[in-house]
Design a protein around this ligand. Structure first.
Ligand code: URA
Length: 203
């Protein structure tokens, strides 16, 4: 069994034990598992991701394709994951199952697993999408941090801490809801692309 396989098995067993009455499918990260140039971290899986068991497919996958094109990378170049690995959902007044933001408890339960995942993958840099992903690393809001490099402390439980360069982006879904963020997001992607062309600009 590879270290990533045992990580996934351990993580699934932890949540099965914690929530024996609500078995929910965990959506793990995917992509190159050894030192990829980038690890992209989103918030949590949505409906399609939970159905297919893969991060950033369906509508979110289209956002991801636009991101990759803008920075000149391919999906298979990067490792893609989420902070929370189950779909946070609720029943709407109309009786439909709809997405909701992850709760504080969900974020707190999943963050140590994210840290372990990063320690296994050891990407060269992290790109976070939105506040939930940013706040897994830094006590700040996306409005202050987007479009520039910060240094993130990775503190996996029972392992040695280390630092990684982190680039914060707005979540593409928030750009859809708030069209005024569109030029900001585009400028941030341009900055990110430039850093890939001049890697010494990374922190
Ligand atoms: N949004 C996210 O943040 N992650 C996904 O996997 C899908 C949508």
């Amino acid at each position: 069994m590879t270290p990533m396989e045992s990580f996934r098995r351990e993580c699934a067993a932890f949540f099965d034990h914690l929530f024996p009455d609500e078995p929910r499918r965990l959506v793990f990260g995917e992509g190159p598992e050894e030192n990829p140039v980038l690890m992209l971290i989103g918030e949590a899986p949505g409906e399609q991701e939970a159905l297919q068991g893969r991060p950033f497919v369906g509508k979110a996958g289209k956002n991801l394709d636009a991101f990759l094109e803008a920075v000149g990378l391919k999906r298979h170049d990067i490792y893609i994951s989420n902070v929370v690995k189950v779909r946070p959902c609720k029943i709407s007044p109309a009786g439909r199952v709809v997405n909701r933001p992850p709760t504080r408890e969900e974020k707190a339960l999943f963050t140590p697993w994210l840290m372990k995942e990063i320690a296994l993958v050891r990407p060269r840099a992290i790109v976070t999408l939105g506040n939930v992903a940013l706040q897994a690393f830094l006590t700040d809001v996306i409005g202050n941090r987007h479009g520039r490099w910060s240094r993130a402390d990775i503190q996996p439980p029972e392992m040695e801490s280390f630092a990684l360069p982190l680039f914060a982006l707005y979540h593409p879904a928030s750009v859809i809801y708030n069209q005024s963020l569109k030029p900001v997001y585009a400028a941030d992607l341009e900055t990110l692309k430039m850093t890939f062309e001049h890697p010494d600009c990374m922190l």
